[in-house]
Design a protein around this ligand. Structure first.
Ligand SMILES: N[C@@H](CCC(=O)N[C@@H](CS)C(=O)NCC(=O)O)C(=O)O
Length: 218
C-alpha cells in the first residue's frame, strides 16, 4: 500500500513552503489541505496539532508531525533513498541544524518584529537583521548551496524567507544588501521544487499590508 501524505497548509506560510519543497525534492505526492488561518482553523488542525494549533502539519499514514524543521528531517529520514537533505556526517548534521535554527531565531523572529511593528520603530532590529544575513553569507562562503554542492536542509529552511525580503525593506524603509544571498537564492529558484512553491513577492506584500491592518499597526 502506498503512503498517505496530507499537508495542512497555508499558501503564504514560509514554514509550509519548506515542507512542500522537501516533499518535491523527494518526489513524494501529497494531498494539500489549505487552512483558513485568518478566519477559522479547521477541526482537523486543532486535532492534529493541539499544542500549537499551527501549520504546517504533515499527516503521514494518519500520524501527525508538527514544526517545519522537524517535518523536513522526518521526510528526509522516511524517504532516505533519494535526494538526501541532511548530511550523513554527525558534525555536519549538527552544523546544518544550527544554521536552520539560526534562520528561525535570527532571521524570522527579528524580521517579524520589523514587519509587524510600527513604522519608524525597530532600528535595532533592522541593524541586527542586516548583521544576521551577513553571518549567513559568511556561513555560505564560496559554496553554491548551504548544503555544499547540493541543495539541502539549510537551503530549504532559508529560501522561503527570501521572498519576504522586499517586504521587510518596504515596511522598515531600509536596504538589505546581501549579494551573496541573492546569487544563492537565484540558484535555488532555478530548481522546480523551489520555484513551484515559493510565494510571489507581490502576494506576500499584500498579505503583510492586510495583516498590519488586522493587528492595528497601520
Ligand atoms: N515554528 C513553527 C511555526 C509555524 C507557524 O508560525 N505557522 C503559522 C503560519 S506561518 C500559523 O500556523 N499561525 C497560526 C497561529 O499562530 O495561530 C514551524 O516551524 O512550523
Amino acid at each position: 500500500m502506498g503512503d498517505e501524505v496530507v499537508l495542512l497548509d497555508f499558501n503564504l506560510s514560509m514554514f509550509c513552503v519548506r515542507v512542500k519543497i522537501a516533499l518535491a525534492e523527494k518526489g513524494v505526492e501529497f494531498e494539500n489541505k489549505v487552512e483558513d488561518l485568518v478566519n477559522t482553523k479547521s477541526a482537523l488542525l486543532l486535532q492534529m496539532n493541539p499544542v500549537y494549533k499551527k501549520v504546517p502539519v504533515l499527516i503521514h499514514n494518519g500520524k501527525p508531525i508538527s514544526e517545519s524543521l522537524i517535518i523536513v528531517e522526518y521526510i528526509d529520514e522516511i524517504w532516505k533513498d533519494r535526494a538526501p537533505l541532511l548530511p550523513t556526517d554527525p558534525y555536519q548534521r549538527a552544523q546544518a541544524r544550527f544554521w536552520a535554527d539560526f534562520v528561525d531565531q535570527k532571521v524570522h523572529e527579528v524580521a517579524k518584529r520589523i514587519w509587524t511593528g510600527k513604522v519608524g520603530e525597530h532600528e535595532a532590529e533592522k541593524k541586527e537583521l542586516v548583521e544576521n544575513l551577513k553571518q549567513l553569507e559568511e556561513a555560505l562562503g564560496e559554496m553554491p548551496y548551504f548544503g555544499g554542492d547540493t541543495f539541502g536542509f539549510v537551503d530549504i529552511a532559508l529560501i522561503p524567507f527570501y521572498k519576504w525580503f522586499s517586504s521587510y525593506e518596504k515596511i522598515g524603509n531600509f536596504k538589505l544588501d546581501c549579494p551573496k544571498l541573492t546569487a544563492w537564492a537565484n540558484r535555488c529558484l532555478v530548481k522546480e521544487s523551489v520555484s513551484k512553491f515559493v510565494s510571489d513577492e507581490k502576494d506576500v506584500h499584500e498579505f503583510v499590508l492586510s495583516h498590519r491592518k488586522r493587528i492595528g499597526v497601520d
